[in-house]
Design a protein around this ligand. Structure first.
Ligand SMILES: NC(=O)C1=CN([C@@H]2O[C@H](COP(=O)(O)OP(=O)(O)OC[C@H]3O[C@@H](n4cnc5c(N)ncnc54)[C@H](O)[C@@H]3O)[C@@H](O)[C@H]2O)C=CC1
Ligand SMILES: O=C(O)[C@@H]1CCC=N1
Length: 287
């Protein structure tokens, strides 16, 4: 990793939790040569088949035996918490006594606050609370990060390098993490949902599934690229497409009649609220 030149021992990253988010980040880190496979270990609770698959695909270290897992966790410079919120409390309670103060915790867990992580560990570990998304696997992720005050400048740079290698990074106050989850953490799912609907309509209208897919994908890709390349507001780009009394206007009127803006905003806010609820549930159950 680029910022590891100032560390004395080689950087090692242990992913505690080996599901889809952990894989998305690992895939990106390896593809962009931010870390070599031998610097990365991945652990889960019990699914050996999944671990074998990850070793085959990426060449990373995986382990199922408890003492090997412990060794990987205690020797890592960075431990990434990548299990579901419901599993995080018990995992952190077990992890706390194994750790040294200088080991950095990077959490990708929705809703789980820095205070709760430190309380469950039993000491004020340096923590980077992050919210990535699955597009990290192709280097197009959008990650929000909030750092605890215990995090050193070197650790901050390491985390920034990790996530900048797999997309864009926004450093934000921790209080904004829930709304960021509503916008970008879960955001890809809303876009896929919209794309599913567009494809279904195209097929209903007689396009082949392949044509409907290609046209929808290219439309979404082109629209995102237009925003990036022109720097224009989406409202202006939308206006450029919408001829007075034309077909686009007719379509947008249907969306407006279905309360499109209010529905999307309500979905983003409900996502934020649900993240908070999941974090609170971990706290209540285990503190
Ligand atoms: N999937 C997504 O788009 C995003 C997910 N996240 C967060 O990432 C976390 C993981 O989500 P996914 O990867 O989707 O879940 P997943 O269900 O695909 O993976 C969870 C992994 O954690 C492992 N695990 C469970 N308990 C464990 C324990 N005690 N010790 C070690 N490993 C354990 C499971 O075996 C599994 O490998 C969640 O907390 C979620 O909030 C954050 C951003 C985006
Ligand atoms: O659905 C979830 O809980 C996670 C958090 C962000 C994306 N997926």
């Amino acid at each position: 990793m680029t910022t590891s030149s100032t560390t004395h021992s080689p950087l090692s990253i242990c992913f505690n939790g080996a599901g889809s988010m952990a894989e998305a980040i690992v895939k990106g880190l390896i593809a962009r040569e931010v870390a070599r496979p031998e610097q990365i270990s991945m652990l889960n609770r019990s699914n050996q088949e999944r671990l074998n698959e990850l070793t085959e695909k990426y060449g990373v270290i995986t382990a199922n035996l408890e003492d090997v897992k412990r060794e990987l966790l205690t020797s890592a410079s960075i431990i990434v918490l990548a299990m579901k919120p419901k599993d995080a409390g018990a995992a952190l309670k077990e992890l706390g006594p194994l750790l040294q103060e200088k080991q950095l915790i990077v959490s990708v867990i929705a809703g789980l606050s820095i205070d709760t992580i430190q309380a469950l560990l039993g000491f004020k570990a340096p923590v980077a609370r992050t919210m990535p998304n699955t597009s990290s696997s192709i280097g197009l992720g959008a990650t929000g990060i909030a750092f605890s005050k215990e995090t050193t400048a070197e650790q901050t740079n390491q985390v920034l390098s990790m996530f900048e290698a797999v997309g864009t990074v926004s450093v934000i106050p921790e209080a904004r993490m829930e709304i960021l989850t509503g916008v970008s953490g879960s955001g890809p799912a809303y876009i896929y949902y919209m794309m599913e609907a567009m494809m279904a309509a195209g097929i209903e209208g007689g396009l082949t599934p392949e044509q409907a897919r290609e046209l929808t994908v290219q439309t979404v890709r082109g629209a995102a690229s237009m925003m990036i390349e022109t720097g224009e507001d989406p409202a202006k780009l939308r206006a450029d497409i919408t001829s007075p009394n034309g077909s686009t206007q007719a379509a947008l009127e249907v969306l407006a009649a279905g309360n499109f803006t209010a529905t999307v905003k309500a979905a983003v806010h409900r996502c934020a609220e649900r993240s908070q609820e999941m974090g609170e549930a971990v706290k209540k159950a285990l503190l």
